[in-house]
Design a protein around this ligand. Structure first.
Ligand SMILES: C[S@@+](CC[C@H](N)C(=O)[O-])C[C@H]1O[C@@H](n2cnc3c(N)ncnc32)[C@H](O)[C@@H]1O
Length: 205
């Protein structure tokens, strides 16, 4: 594993036991509502969740779906394993790097991720893997925190980014929409309810 990916993985390994606690306020006031909206857009049975983390999306998994979820941090995956048992969720959890997925081309109806591509060392590489494993006509659904379109706010995000990267493992200053648009998807749509920095994105293959 390349050293930048290794450093990110180690950060998530370190914060995994505290991750849900760190995010509890934002989760309650904000993220949960967006997760619900993200998962109501799912249209398909074979689903791959990328960067499952501690399993915060488990509550929104469609009951009749066949879901596989991956993460490259063993400690985050361990939290997800505990939550899977506690909540009796049916999901196959695999330790894997999104930049090099071990699935055949065109495998999944839906590939979905929340708040992941701000952390992935090479988001382009990861997004191209999402494209590869999604079947033609399938859906890529993403919830992402991106850099603000307001120059002053973007400047502040750039300044505090190094701290956020160390504390939360995430880059808050990425232009992820631009990156997604460069990865060959047949369309990229931003949900109209998206805010300046939180985007619900649907892309197609
Ligand atoms: C900010 S957390 C979000 C977790 C979860 N999706 C959520 O909504 O709470 C980012 C997650 O992406 C994972 N991640 C980062 N880079 C990855 C990579 N290259 N391959 C797989 N997982 C990765 C991290 O380990 C972490 O669990």
């Amino acid at each position: 594993m390349k050293s930048d990916s290794l450093a990110i993985k180690q950060r998530y390994d370190r914060i995994a036991p505290y991750f849900d606690g760190f995010q509890a306020i934002m989760e309650g006031f904000f993220y949960r509502r967006w997760r619900k909206k993200l998962w109501t857009k799912v249209n398909g049975i074979h689903i791959l969740e990328i960067g499952v983390g501690t399993g915060k999306n488990f509550d929104f998994y469609p009951v009749d779906a066949q879901i596989t979820a991956i993460d490259f941090s063993p400690a985050m995956l361990k939290q997800a394993e505990h939550k899977k048992i506690r909540k009796a969720v049916t999901v196959t959890l695999n330790l894997m790097d999104v930049q090099s997925l071990c699935y055949a081309d065109n495998t999944f109806d839906v590939v979905i991720a929340s708040f992941v591509f701000c952390s992935v060392a090479s988001p382009q590489k990861g997004l191209k893997e999402l494209y590869r494993v999604c079947r033609p006509g399938g859906q890529i659904l993403l919830l992402e925190q991106v850099v603000s379109s307001k120059p002053l706010f973007a400047k502040v995000m750039n300044i505090i980014n190094p701290v956020m990267r160390v504390v939360m493992g995430a880059n808050i200053n990425r232009n992820t929409i631009k990156i997604i648009k460069s990865c060959g998807f047949s369309f990229v749509r931003i949900d109209a309810d998206s805010s300046d920095i939180f985007k619900l994105i649907e892309a197609g293959k």
